[in-house]
Design a protein around this ligand. Structure first.
Ligand code: NPW
Ligand code: K
Length: 504
């Protein structure tokens, strides 16, 4: 799904109005109707609700929502927060038409606000994507009051006070909703973990803006949804054999860290690689042969406890290096050697990334098209600290473009930076997955997809999605607290079945 800027959203708005054609009031009505439908489903018992409306189009949506809910027998009241003497044309249109249908509180100071304890739900329609400066004065006090009311808060389109595509500071007055019901496209702010409290559960609803126009816009950001992932999936043919699905090599583990290797290899096997080999230090060979009988184990020719000499990587369809390898001097040399000799992209994780951070000159030697999978701390070590996540996103784009690599930053809404500057955000996954070995599993999945012939970009996007989905199934079955990395592997079959519904 596309993530657009407020300017692009207004352009899509205008295009739809001119070409559908539809009047702007009718388009507002359609958005409000979509919201009301969601709301009635969410709150079928008709709780008493207050809709807080600003005087722009976000407030206009609020007025129409009030009319639609009142019409269905919902006890709703409206508070018009008059933050400006000028109100939008569509707000005026509907305010004059509908304001006699429900009680209206005119709010010009914080004292004008009715006592909030009489309502069960507060609907926030004060500011939408038209916000262009911090909220101040009595409007800011009202936001503070709403946030401290203890009531369920539902934001229309975007929480009032949250900038759609630049950094918001926690000191600003910003609504903290439990749900955001947004229209048609994503807004960049929704996908940055630091904004989580200002988004809550996100629902993006179709309001019929022109799809062709939206697709034609140049937008670097997108959310990968199930449909995108299904389209990227490569079909399996009944005449295929194990050779058709590639041979993956995972260089992982060190003495005492063989588990990382086992997790990556198992995840690769469960992600459809035809064959999986692991290269590990000689001291880890036996334990790995027992732990993963389906994999072939290649002992390091030189390293007893560490990765010291890459095997001939050219004979494999995909190669990953990093989980549990440590940062021993021998290993640093071996990695530099691998960069110099290996043809084709690599998957680089964990200690491989730490080694690169220690010797930044290595960055420019990373084979083009490689996939780097740092978590936020590893990413910071690679490119430096930033003061907010918008800057971090810019760094991600710059790194991917400069080195022509794919780099993802793991976490809630994992961001996947591509060599052309685009960034995909991933919607699956949960906090239960923040557990040791979860990253090793992801490395195994991405490597297996690359071995099967997926382009590295698609392997990263699909891999991150499947990993998160398997984690969601694992959390559903076991709860987030008890979830461990092996549970993610155990739920990979269900995740692949969900995505690949045509084939299983
Ligand atoms: N295509 C879609 O998705 C559709 C979207 N629709 C809805 O429209 C919403 C966007 O509406 P909008 O453009 O009228 O902006 P909104 O946020 O209501 O602000 C109003 C005005 O407030 C002002 N202002 C800004 N910051 C301020 C501040 N801190 N303190 C005080 N004033 C401030 C600023 O005016 P200024 O004072 O700068 O001239 C601004 O113009 C969108 O979120 C969605 O809900 C649907 O109706 C139909 C289809
Ligand atoms: K809002």
């Amino acid at each position: 799904m596309r993530i657009l800027s407020p300017e692009q959203i207004h352009a899509a708005d205008r295009f739809t109005i001119e070409n559908e054609p539809i009047t702007s009031e009718k388009l507002m009505f359609r958005a409000a109707k979509t919201f009301s439908k969601w709301f009635r489903n969410h709150a079928p018992n008709r709780p008493k609700s207050l809709i807080l409306c600003g005087v722009g189009n976000n407030g206009g949506d609020g007025i129409v929502i009030a009319k639609l809910l009142a019409q269905k027998g919902y006890p709703v009241e409206v508070a018009v927060v008059r933050f400006s003497p000028k109100s939008s044309r569509d707000f005026n249109h509907y305010f004059h038409q509908y304001s006699s249908l429900f009680p209206v509180h005119e709010v010009e100071t914080v004292e004008d606000l009715p006592p909030l304890d009489q309502y069960k739900i507060l609907i926030d329609g004060i500011f939408g994507v038209g916000l262009n400066r911090p909220i101040e004065g009595f409007s800011a006090e009202i936001i503070h009051k709403i946030n401290h009311s203890g009531k369920e808060i539902i934001a229309i389109d975007i929480a009032s006070g949250l900038y759609a595509e630049r950094a918001s500071s926690k000191e600003q007055a910003i609504i903290r909703p439990s749900h955001t019901i947004s229209f048609q496209v994503g807004k960049l702010a929704f996908y940055l973990p630091e904004n989580h409290d200002f988004v809550g559960d996100l629902h993006i609803l179709d309001i019929g803006l022109d799809q062709e126009f939206i697709q034609s816009l140049h937008a670097p950001f997108a959310e990968s949804n199930l449909e995108d992932i299904r389209q990227m999936l490569m079909p399996r043919d009944k005449y295929d054999h194990k050779g058709s699905y590639g041979h993956a090599l995972i260089i992982a583990g060190s003495y005492g860290m063989a588990g990382a290797c086992a997790l990556s290899a198992k995840a690769a096997l469960r992600s459809g690689a035809g064959l999986v080999s692991v290269q590990c230090p000689t001291r880890c060979v036996e334990v790995l042969q027992v732990a993963i009988p389906e994999a072939m184990v290649i002992p390091d020719e030189v390293g007893h406890k560490h990765f010291a000499k890459p095997t001939l990587t050219g004979q494999f369809d995909a190669v990953a290096v990093g989980p549990g390898i440590g940062t021993h001097e021998m290993t640093q040399e071996a990695l530099a050697n691998l960069f110099a000799t290996h043809e084709g992209p690599l998957v680089l994780d964990a200690d491989a990334l730490n080694i690169i951070s220690q010797s930044p000159a290595l960055l420019k030697n990373i084979p083009r098209g490689s996939v780097l999978t740092p978590h936020p701390k590893e990413f910071e070590r690679l490119v430096g600290k930033t003061s907010n996540q918008f800057e971090r996103l810019e760094n991600l784009q710059a790194l991917a473009v400069e080195h022509q690599i794919i780099c993802l930053i793991k976490g809630a809404n994992t961001a996947i930076g591509l060599p052309d500057g685009r960034v995909y955000f991933n919607p699956t996954g949960n906090p239960g997955m923040a557990t040791g070995g979860s990253g090793d599993v992801l490395t195994g999945i991405i490597t297996a997809l690359m071995a099967q012939g997926y382009h590295a970009e698609e392997a990263a996007i699909v891999g991150v999605y499947v990993h998160g989905l398997a984690g969601d199934y694992a959390a559903e079955a076991l709860g987030m607290t008890s979830l461990i990395a092996s549970d993610i592997i155990a739920h990979l079959p269900k995740a692949f079945q969900k995505i690949d519904h045509n084939l299983w």
